[in-house]
Design a protein. Structure first.
Length: 113
């Protein structure tokens, strides 16, 4: 075979024939188990990320000992769950609710020692 950047792959009919003739088959090898009909389907998505974000995700995945794909999938799952349980409120409503909650605390609860 010639020395192409993808060396190891045949590029001519003769090289392909030589390659195929060199293969051996094991008739006793177990057949692979195929996924069942209830196996979840996954979809590949290409997403462009800023370099700094990519590096942060890579570092966090390394720190957790998981793949970047698993970490990104976890992040998306968490955010989607938050969206399902979240009802947007205005900042003014949030301040009123916090002020009312603080007003109902006893003096000891307001300033713990």
């Amino acid at each position: 075979m010639t020395d192409y950047p993808d060396k190891g792959y045949p590029h001519t009919a003769d090289e392909a024939r030589d390659f195929l003739d060199s293969l051996t088959f094991d008739e006793d090898a177990p057949e692979p188990v195929l996924p069942g009909p209830d196996t979840p389907v996954t979809v590949l998505r290409t997403v462009r990320l800023p370099y700094a974000m990519d590096q942060r995700i890579r570092a966090e995945a390394d720190h957790r000992g998981v793949s970047m794909s698993d970490l990104i999938r976890d992040f998306l799952t968490i955010e989607l769950a938050a969206l399902d349980d979240d009802t947007p409120i205005s900042r003014a409503d949030a301040r009123r609710a916090l002020s009312a909650a603080l007003a109902n605390l006893s003096p000891v609860q307001r300033h713990p020692r």
